[in-house]
Design a protein around this ligand. Structure first.
Ligand code: CS2
Length: 495
């Protein structure tokens, strides 16, 4: 540690940092901000911003840099942290071989819409902005999960239709800025979703066009004709940053960072090559450009993300806090493994260049990584979007094809049981979900009542609700959770 204590991260101090911290050598002042990212959470900073940092360092090109945008009032924390350190932050990659701390410089600027909405719209409408990427969470696309159609009754959507020039939600901001571009005779930017959604680009297109249609059919037609929405598959396990991480950087790296990001060494990015306005040469820094993302995306969502759901709700019900702790429980490990092998794998096509057996083995290793300390509460947030996105599609396909769905249904039941808010010993399970109030209400009314479950039409689609094999299995497992407890229900499922 330096005599004066840890060194505060900012541009001025870069040359004084400990040699243990990796600092890139490119000149950030020359880089143009042609990429805009909405939703500057830990995942974006561990993934897309790290790829671009590598690219800027390796290529010497200054064509692409990020401007980050936060739309939510609670993004003020990230804004203050980033702005206090010239938008620099530390990425701590933790592998079995040790920790690697690197300063990421690819985010050049940060705008916070609640503070300056006009600056955000102008940035997006600027001719310099060529690509806009999104990590706005799986639930942030205004999809009615029951019907798969655009949810035009959402209060944010209704607000932004009434006040198109003063939007408050991501879709409203995108549409207003795209409309400004259209009126100025500019091309639209390419819009790339980086959320964990199957066909994330196609889905963004469908929802945004449906919204545009409500606002101005001419705008919808222009978008349909000119705007590209590439699909992408993103992967890097990134826990929420805690004070322990900040302390670790201070102690082991002599660095004071208000909001560092911790992640694993693994990273993967598969991108559909559809960028009419140009793009960074991501393939030179490890991303894979392809014409068809779907098989990769399906593999990742159905194996990685669904297994996360499988281990997290039962894990929380058994009192575990972290993913690796849940994976140390042989019953949970078996649940995850057999769900992948027997229930999900038969539904997948093997993507080119992938060996599914080693992919699954690597997932087990990644979930079990004790250095990451990935919070179950993080994985379990927004279950109302993740269960329908990651787990239920395999249930639907499994029921159609006659393959087993027992562990998939167990996962759904464990989620529903967790919504009661306490485990079998009375410990609190916190529910972080935009639909939390409604879900708690349903859990309180009691799942044994078929009508309660059938009432969840914004989670379960018609096909599932009318399938008695599914509803009976779900009800049986839920009844067992309440009558016999989580331990016994898990033992019965994996025994
Ligand atoms: C997790 C993902 O939040 C979740 O549900 O499954 O955040 C997961 O860690 C990432 O998709 C890994 O790429």
């Amino acid at each position: 540690m330096s005599d004066r204590g840890p060194i505060k991260l900012n541009a001025r101090n870069l040359e004084h940092l400990s040699p243990r911290v990796q600092v890139s050598t490119y000149d950030r002042r020359g880089v143009t901000g042609s990429l805009v990212h909405i939703g500057v959470g830990a995942f974006f900073r561990a993934h897309q911003a790290a790829y671009l940092d590598d690219l800027l360092e390796q290529s010497g090109s200054s064509e692409w840099g990020y401007c980050g945008i936060g739309l939510l009032p609670h993004d003020a924390g990230v804004r203050d942290a980033l702005q206090s350190q010239d938008c620099l932050y530390t990425l701590l990659e933790r592998s079995a071989d040790g920790d690697r701390a690197r300063v990421i410089g690819s985010v050049l600027d940060y705008l916070h819409a609640p503070q300056d909405p006009e600056a955000v719209l102008e940035k997006l409408a600027s001719p310099h902005t060529r690509i806009v990427s999104l990590t706005i969470t799986e639930g942030g696309y205004y999809v009615n999960k029951g019907t798969g159609e655009f949810n035009d009754k959402d209060p944010d959507i209704l607000h932004d239709l009434e006040h198109p020039q003063a939007p408050r939600c991501s879709f409203g901001v995108l549409l207003e800025s795209l409309d400004r571009r259209r009126r100025q005779g500019l091309e639209p930017f390419t819009l790339m979703s980086c959320d964990n959604l199957q066909h994330n680009g196609d889905l963004t297109r469908k929802m945004l066009l449906a919204f545009a249609e409500c606002r101005d059919p001419a705008l919808a037609r222009w978008l349909a004709e000119h705007c590209a929405f590439p699909n992408s598959m993103v992967d890097r396990i990134t826990p929420a940053t805690t004070d322990e991480h900040r302390a670790l950087l201070r102690e082991a790296f002599d660095l004071e960072d208000a909001w560092p990001v911790v992640t694993e060494s693994f990273t993967q990015w598969i991108i559909e090559d559809n960028f009419p306005g140009g793009r960074p040469a991501w393939e030179t820094v490890g991303a894979q450009m392809t014409s068809d993302v779907l098989p990769y995306e399906k593999m990742k969502l159905r194996l990685l993300n669904a297994s996360h759901q499988a281990l997290c709700f039962i894990g929380m019900l058994l009192g575990y806090e972290f993913a690796h702790e849940a994976m140390q429980d042989a019953r949970i490990r078996k649940l995850v493994k057999s769900m992948m092998d027997e229930e999900v794998t038969p539904l997948l096509a093997t993507p080119a260049g992938i060996d599914l057996e080693s992919y699954k083995a690597s997932l087990i290793t990644r979930f079990s990584n004790p250095n990451i300390r990935d919070q179950l509460s993080r994985i379990g947030s927004d279950g109302s979007a993740k269960i329908p996105g990651f787990v239920l599609p395999s249930v639907v396909e499994g029921l159609r094809q006659g393959t087993p769905v027992k562990r998939l249904c167990f996962t759904v039941a464990a989620w529903l049981r967790s919504l009661a808010g306490t485990d079998d010993s009375g410990r609190t399970i916190s529910i972080v979900d935009p639909m939390a109030d409604g879900l708690r209400e349903h859990a309180r009314s009691g799942w044994r009542d078929t009508d309660v479950m059938l009432g969840m039409r914004d989670i379960f689609n018609e096909e599932l609700l009318s399938n008695t094999e599914f509803t009976n299995q779900l009800k049986r497992t839920l009844a067992s959770f309440y009558d016999e407890g989580a331990e016994k229900t898990l033992a019965d499922c994996t025994g």
